[in-house]
Ligand binder design. Structure first.
Ligand SMILES: Cc1cc2nc3c(=O)[nH]c(=O)nc-3n(C[C@H](O)[C@H](O)[C@H](O)COP(=O)(O)O)c2cc1C
Length: 372
């Protein structure tokens, strides 16, 4: 059996294969409430064959949303809207599919336009809101200058993470993922580029990790052992004086010690003007380092596009899982074709069985060249 289609135990349950759909903001919610866009999208992902379907970055506080269109889990209305989506998605899901949700807080990168509107800070006429961060340093020109969180503010944010996690468990999510990368709030605490605090939450690495680790511990403690709490972390800021791969290994070790079940290793996003050497599998080495350094279950992400590439990453033990974002947006049937290519059996929804390669030879020439 191919490595990619081998089940993976995450502790309380196993995932049927090593493929995750990466969290992807859709900027299509209304005050945090999932819309009909989410309904079609998550239903589509549910029948994709991916072992783990991750829902997009979901704000634990209203002010923790990136944009007006971001999903949230800070109100009863948010929870009810997502309950509808998940009920319908589960009704069409391929048996064994696991669902996760990424919970986060956008910190100083909150209150911005949707990407297709410009992505900079909301102007006075666009209903902006005040942002918070470890230190009062704006992300970049055109962004709000955040207020530095005081002790009471830290408690409020931590409580919001816990409350969102409790809601997520009530919604039946198998996996809750802490968004601790891409320059959003938890990452802002970790990176010396954004954290200039002089209290116990800033300074050396241990102090900068303190708040994110407190959040991880609180969330882990707030949900049952049937739920896997994971984290998406930064492998590097891609700067000489920022967060490094070594820091990521130490952070993952500390997360693991607090019961965090996996780390998905991404990078960048905390400062602008950085040269990111993006290309095929450019973050896989970071995941491999984190796995070696910490022993945590690791998910690799970033420019993973072909079935062979994904399979090799798992086969070589560079990561335990892979996450795909744009390849799945481009082709939601990616997993079906990968299964064909790697000769793995996958359950098609019965309504679609007639396109299984064993029944329809057209599959061989209809699919992208990589899968031929
Ligand atoms: C439309 C879109 C939305 C995204 N939203 C999120 C998100 O909500 N949370 C997150 O951690 N990463 C997000 N990302 C980053 C992806 O999860 C992924 O890490 C990145 O796209 C690299 O993977 P890829 O090369 O497979 O696309 C997003 C990417 C895209 C393309």
């Amino acid at each position: 059996m191919s490595a990619l289609f081998t089940p993976l135990s995450l502790g309380p349950f196993s995932v049927p294969n090593r493929i995750a759909i990466a969290p992807m903001c859709q900027y299509s919610a209304d005050d945090g409430c999932a819309s009909i866009w989410h309904l079609q999208q998550i239903m589509q992902y549910a029948m994709s064959g991916a072992g783990l379907v991750m829902l997009e970055a979901t704000g634990v506080e209203r002010r923790g949303r990136i944009s007006h269109g971001c999903l949230g889990l800070y109100s009863d209305a948010n929870e009810a809207a997502l309950a509808r989506v998940m009920k319908e998605a589960r009704a069409v899901a391929i048996p064994g599919t696991r669902f996760g949700i990424q919970i986060g807080h956008a910190g100083r990168k909150a209150s911005t336009q949707r990407p297709w509107e410009g992505r900079i800070g909301l102007s006075a006429g666009e209903d902006p809101w005040p942002t918070v961060a470890p230190s009062a340093i704006p992300f970049a020109k055109g962004y709000d200058t955040p207020a530095a969180l005081d002790d009471a503010g830290l408690l409020t944010v931590k409580a919001a993470f816990v409350q969102a996690a409790v809601r997520a468990e009530r919604l039946g999510f198998d996996v809750i993922e802490l968004h601790s990368t891409h320059g959003y709030l938890l990452d802002e605490f970790l990176s010396p580029h954004a954290n200039r605090r002089t209290d116990g939450y800033g300074g050396d690495r241990a102090a900068r990790m303190r708040f994110p680790l407190e959040v991880a511990e609180a969330v882990r403690g707030a949900v049952s052992k049937n739920v896997v709490v994971g984290a998406r972390i930064t492998g590097t800021d891609w700067t000489d004086d920022g967060w490094s791969p070594e820091d990521a290994g130490v952070y993952a070790t500390e997360l693991k010690a607090r019961g965090i079940g996996y780390a998905c290793v991404s990078s960048g996003g905390v400062v602008t003007g950085v040269n990111i050497p993006s290309g095929p599998g450019y973050q896989v080495g970071l995941a491999a380092h984190v796995k070696r350094a910490s022993g945590i279950v690791t998910r690799a992400v970033g420019h993973i596009v072909t079935a062979d590439q994904a399979n090799t990453i798992v086969e070589k033990g560079e990561a335990d899982m892979v996450a795909l974002a744009r390849a799945i947006l481009d082709n939601p049937r990616w997993v079906w074709h990968a299964a064909d290519k790697l000769k793995a059996k996958i359950d098609y929804p019965p309504q679609y069985q007639r396109i299984a390669p064993s029944l329809w030879k057209g599959a061989a020439w209809a699919r992208p060249e990589d899968f031929a």
